[in-house]
Design a protein around this ligand. Structure first.
Ligand code: PMP
Length: 439
């Protein structure tokens, strides 16, 4: 079982040893098959075993495996950056991309770019970032500092720097007792940002949030008015809007980027996970022309970089993954209303609502969550110590189904759920896995 040379995530858990993967399935060294309803932590979108992607990576590794960004750019990086800008749409015309090895590095980059933007445009005091309670934006100390989620940050307190975290609109447990989709509560939650800006007394540089809260609360989408209202408050007060689309980007929710559901264009868009679909370590910071221009006209340089940013082999993987997404129309396929996979997947998931312990099934496209409650009428959660979602995931694993369990709050009262975010392939297997979950 577990290999002891790798520092494990949990010293008490026995990890199966993965041997190979294809499509939506993974096999361990014992020959056991797992259907991956988790997308391996919402990474795998196009399916494993894609020969075109593998070939593109091998060719790139053979031709040019590495250059350092202080000395060279590369053809493949320039090519992929142009493709990513095009995929991000007209709002990013004239913008630029900074590639990283994953989501945390990309979030870290976005936070630093936002602060540099404020300095270059004559607002050096604007150095604080406002974010949200329960949010998770990454493991590095800066990205963790903007993550409101207590269970991930508690042992590292105090952070390098503490920022203010506002509430996430969470319709299933709305603090304003509004009905689902109510614009009134969406506006009230957005007003939290206005109050946080007032509180920061002119020191706020940016606001960061996930369009649909992924891991921590579990696929929670806000009411229609929320993101447009947040965008206009940011604009009014000179804050940059950073959308963390590490989980939601590159088609997962049935749009190129989840912000497209609200027709909101952020100033900086952060991507990870699905951009490389697991073939290579890859993240991206997609920067709007306004921000790029400020840096160009200001100091004219980035005081920031990683040795492996824009790694050519990752660029080749990303470019081939994106070509596959476009060719197979996987964004359209993932859409919950009309998509060939998204629609059937969502319908199957909603059948789980009949189970007594299921309080809520929610999400968009191929990013869904099932939240568990002890009492459906009162929405009372199971005690945190029970780790109910972890037990569900362990039972599912015994049936060969991979899910992504999470307790959104440290006291277990919010978001005790499993996240279900499979790749957009092998629909029959996915539906079979959902039925196994329900049994
Ligand atoms: N932002 C979000 C929304 C995430 O879900 C994650 C990872 N779960 C990260 C950032 C960090 O990404 P990574 O683990 O690739 O560093």
């Amino acid at each position: 079982m577990s290999s002891h040379a790798i520092l494990p995530r949990s010293f008490t858990k026995q990890y199966p040893v993965a041997a190979r993967a294809h499509g939506a399935r993974i096999w361990d060294t014992q020959g056991r098959e797992y259907i991956d309803l988790s997308g391996s932590a919402v990474v795998n979108f196009i399916g494993f075993g894609n020969d075109t992607v593998v070939q593109a990576m091998a060719e790139q590794a053979s031709r040019l495996p590495f250059v350092h960004s202080s000395q060279f750019t590369s053809e493949i990086a320039e090519h992929f950056a142009a493709e990513v800008l095009d995929f991000a749409g007209p709002a990013f015309e004239g913008g630029a991309v900074f590639f990283t090895c994953g989501g945390s590095e990309a979030v870290e980059t976005a936070l630093k770019l936002a602060r540099q933007f404020q300095v270059e445009t004559g607002h050096p005091d604007r150095c604080e970032i406002i974010s949200r309670q329960q949010a998770y934006h990454g493991s590095t100390l800066g990205a963790l500092a903007v993550s409101g989620n207590l269970s991930r940050r508690e042992i590292y307190l105090p952070m390098v720097r503490e920022f203010e975290h506002i509430r996430i609109p969470y319709c299933y447990r709305c603090e304003f007792s509004c009905e689902l989709g109510c614009d009134d509560c969406g506006r009230k939650y957005a007003d939290d940002l206005r109050h946080a800006i007032e509180h920061s007394a002119g020191r706020a540089a940016a606001f960061i949030g996930e369009p649909i809260s992924g891991a921590t609360l579990g696929a929670v989408a806000p009411p229609p008015i929320y993101w447009p209202a947040i965008a206009s408050i940011c604009k009014e007060h000179g804050l940059l809007l950073i959308a963390d689309e590490v989980m939601t980007g590159f088609g997962r929710t049935g749009r190129n980027f989840a912000m497209d559901h609200w027709n909101v264009a952020p100033d900086i868009l952060v991507a990870g996970k699905g951009i490389g679909s697991g073939y290579a370590p890859l993240g991206a910071v997609i920067v709007s022309a306004r921000v790029v221009d400020a840096l160009r006209k200001g100091s004219g340089m980035l005081i920031h970089g990683f040795t492996y940013n824009a790694h050519p082999v990752s660029m080749a993987a990303g470019s081939a993954v994106l070509a596959h997404i476009r060719e197979m129309e996987l964004v359209q396929a993932a859409d919950s209303e009309h998509g060939s996979i998204g629609q059937a997947f969502m319908q199957a998931l909603h059948l789980l609502e009949e189970i007594e312990a299921v309080g809520d099934v929610r999400g968009l496209g191929l990013l869904h969550a099932v939240e568990f409650v002890r009492d459906r009428a009162t929405r009372e959660a199971y005690p945190a110590a029970l780790k109910f979602s972890g037990k569900v995931a362990a039972a599912a694993l015994k049936r060969g189904v991979l899910t992504y369990p999470m307790q959104g709050s440290i006291d277990g009262t919010r978001g005790d759920h499993i996240l279900l975010a499979p790749p957009a392939v092998e629909l029959d297997r996915l539906l079979e896995a959902v039925h196994l979950l329900g049994d």
